[in-house]
Design a binder for this molecule. Structure first.
Ligand SMILES: [Zn+2]
Length: 111
């Protein structure tokens, strides 16, 4: 059961959600393969002729940050440019692999 709408997912891709909704969408995405699929579909829709995060990501083949970089991101110990890149990768691209990795690291760090 989910009250996450397509519009919310779209806003999520554009980084246009208020913080409370952002948190709700992220939580829902983590727990729902169906939502992740929807997000992928929306991203593809928007890729047609648009310069969205997902389109840029695929075009540039922006690669995943390393586990060390993700760990540094959690600790706030990486430089600003890298932090921005990791945040973009996680929040705009919504890379499920890195999100899972980050969850795992978060558990290891006890927080
Ligand atoms: Zn990734």
């Amino acid at each position: 059961m989910s009250d996450i709408t397509r519009q919310m997912l779209r806003d999520y891709l554009h980084d246009a959600l208020p913080e409370t909704e952002l948190a709700a969408v992220e939580r829902a995405l983590r727990g729902s393969a169906e939502l992740q699929k929807q997000l992928g579909e929306i991203r593809e829709e928007e890729d047609r002729g648009e310069h969205t995060a997902g389109a840029i990501w695929r075009r540039e083949r922006v690669s995943c940050p390393s586990r060390e970089q993700l760990g540094g991101y959690l600790l706030g110990s990486i430089d600003e440019g890298l932090e921005h890149y990791v945040r973009f990768h996680l929040e705009m691209v919504g890379c499920p692999f890195c999100q899972a990795n980050l969850d795992d690291l978060r558990k290891l760090q006890g927080g």
